[in-house]
Design a protein around this ligand. Structure first.
Ligand code: ADP
Length: 434
């Protein structure tokens, strides 16, 4: 107990004792005690009321001058009050600094709660996407940024996912969006202006597409003259070999230009249509028939589930099969074996091309889908490769949210696996297939 508290208790006891003694002098000690207790209570009530007034008005002069327990209560109160005020000012200053720095950020930042409602946003979020700090607080972010891609991002359980969308306030601007979960169930939506990158990549795509397109016409003319020359009986005999070689190269150039145009088309196309169900096992049979008759082709086996169908474009899936199968044929000796597999399970479906060919060194595998990448440029070219086949496969698969994985071992063989998500697959129960 503090000194003041001790004094307070002793003071009250003495006061009550004095009251009792005075009452006793008048032969009424109990009445004396009661009167003293009442007076003491009234005095404390008065102190309490004036303390309450002081709290409300902020004028503590009466207490500042007093002493005893009330003065001590006031001092403690004032000390705590000043400490809280200092802390509040500190927090306010910190908040101001945080707001200043987030406002200085070139990227938009929007804090969302678990229902995707906006808690706070910075200045860049307003400049990039029109999200207003005060007006839009409490609104669902997908009501302001209406884009199916953003909805996909908000519901995805994948932190590494980023999406690109057109800005709602400027249809010439592109935003890259990503979601970072933090602090309990809040999320930070980060918006970055990627207009310049998108513009450059569109320029590159258009350039490749236009250049390929423009080169086609002169090439057709050259190839036409070469064909006429080759058919001309008057052509000197020693010209026939160079002309045949020129014809072969013209054909090769036509093939490369065709693949470059196909790649440009795939790059600018969105998600593949899912209206048609494709009979993949039939496509595998057709591809085998197309290649089987040729010399220098290894044995081709098929292990396909006819009950599983894929939602998409038959022409695109045929492109994937033909590219993977023609690679397997080119890199597998005739006494080897190639197996085409198509099967579905609860996770989706796999289209797999396995060969017992020459295989690929592990160091090259990550680069195989790059344009014009070939493990052995000279040899692959001699075998008729353009180096674009796997890039096309990768781009087709991206349109199906499918993934390509490659497993290979030198001199043992390779496995190219395309995994399609379950929502792309239709499985017909056995017995109901016509
Ligand atoms: P290309 O037209 O040269 O075949 P691709 O993009 O289809 O171009 O393939 C790139 C390279 O990957 C090929 O040049 C080859 O080196 C390697 N490759 C692809 N498939 C196989 C395979 N089944 N076995 C061994 N190597 C392969």
């Amino acid at each position: 107990m503090s000194d003041a508290a001790r004094k307070f208790v002793v003071g009250i006891l003495l006061f009550l004792a004095a009251g009792t003694v005075v009452g006793w002098l008048y032969d009424r000690p109990v009445v004396g005690l009661m009167v003293a207790a009442l007076l003491g209570l009234l005095w404390q009530v008065r102190q309490l009321l004036s303390f309450d007034r002081a709290l409300r008005t902020g004028n503590f002069d009466d207490f500042r001058q007093g002493d005893g327990i009330w003065e001590q209560i006031f001092s403690r109160f004032q000390y705590e009050n000043e400490k809280a005020t200092r802390r509040k000012l500190g927090y306010r200053q910190l908040l101001r600094e945080v707001r200043k720095s987030t406002n200085a950020m070139p990227d938009g930042a929007v804090i969302l709660n678990s229902d995707n409602e906006i808690i706070a946003s910075n200045r860049a979020a307003k400049q990039l996407a029109g999200i207003k700090r005060k007006k839009d607080r409490g609104q669902r972010v997908d009501n302001i940024l209406r884009d199916p891609e953003l909805t996909r991002l908000l519901h995805a359980d994948d932190q590494s996912l980023t999406i690109e969308m057109v800005s709602p306030i400027d249809d010439g601007s592109w935003l890259n969006c990503r979601l970072v979960p933090y602090g309990g169930d809040q999320k930070l939506l980060l918006l970055r202006d990627v207009t310049e990158r998108i513009r450059l990549s569109k320029m590159r795509r258009d350039f490749v597409a236009n250049a390929s397109h423009e080169l086609r016409s002169p090439l057709t003319v050259i190839a036409g003259y070469l064909d006429s020359l080759a058919d001309d009986d008057d052509m000197p005999a020693d010209w026939s070999k160079p002309v045949a070689q020129m014809q072969a190269q013209a054909q090769r150039m036509r093939h490369i230009l065709g693949e470059m145009l196909e790649l440009s088309r795939l790059e600018s196309a969105g998600t593949a249509n899912a209206d048609d169900a494709i009979d993949v096992s039939r496509l595998l049979e057709d591809a085998r028939s197309a290649f089987e008759g040729h010399a220098d082709v290894a044995r081709i086996l098929i292990d396909a589930d006819p009950g599983a169908q894929l939602k998409g474009s038959a022409a695109e899936i045929e492109t994937v099969i033909v590219n993977l199968l023609s690679n397997a044929i080119r890199f597998t000796p005739t006494d080897g074996e190639i197996t085409l597999i198509w099967r579905a399970d609860a996770d989706g479906a796999d289209l797999i091309v396995v060969d017992t060919g020459e295989g690929i060194d592990a160091e090259h595998i990550p680069r195989l889908t790059e344009r014009f990448f070939r493990v052995d440029k000279g040899r692959a070219r001699d075998k008729g490769g353009t180096g674009l086949g796997l890039a096309i496969v990768k781009h087709v698969l991206a349109r199906y949210d499918a993934e390509l994985s490659i497993d290979s071992e030198p001199d043992k063989g390779s496995e190219f696996r395309c995994h399609f998500p379950a929502d792309r697959v239709v499985v017909t129960p056995p017995g109901s297939v016509s």
